[in-house]
Design a protein. Structure first.
Length: 135
């Protein structure tokens, strides 16, 4: 789909038909599965999907995400964002959730604790803000 730049490198609209959504993904990222992308240096993982098999609260608890760090509406979706750290795995990142008809949409970014903060605005938010349902 379309290609454009947002000041953080080129990004592409990528459809994820299995979940009826599309979003923008940075150029050069490898698509491992329909909803799973990895950065060129393999230090950042990104999951974009609709989850229907567990409540959002249980999903957040699994990742250690507790208090929201933000929230906004975009493309008719009401997003809440959370930070998480998993020191035992040397991993950290952010989770965005928005209610859907069958469960919830989610954007999950997994990286190192050192990279967590800088990726919030440069990768995570553009992906969340670009997510929209396919009509």
């Amino acid at each position: 789909l379309g290609r454009w730049s947002r000041g953080l490198g080129d990004v592409y609209k990528r459809q994820i038909p299995a979940f009826g959504i599309q979003t923008q993904i940075p150029e050069g990222w490898t698509r491992i599965a329909p909803e799973y992308f990895v950065s060129p240096d393999t230090t950042i993982e990104l999951v974009v999907k609709e989850k229907t098999d567990e409540p959002v609260e249980d999903f957040l608890k699994t990742w250690g995400a507790a208090d929201p760090v933000g929230g906004f509406d975009t493309h008719g979706l009401n997003w809440t964002t959370y930070a998480y750290e998993m020191p035992e795995h040397k991993a950290a990142g952010y989770i965005g959730t928005a209610p859907s008809e069958n469960g919830f949409f989610l954007v999950l970014i997994v990286t190192t604790i050192d990279q967590q903060t800088k990726l919030y605005e440069s990768v995570f938010l553009p992906v969340v803000q670009g997510l929209e349902t396919l009509d």
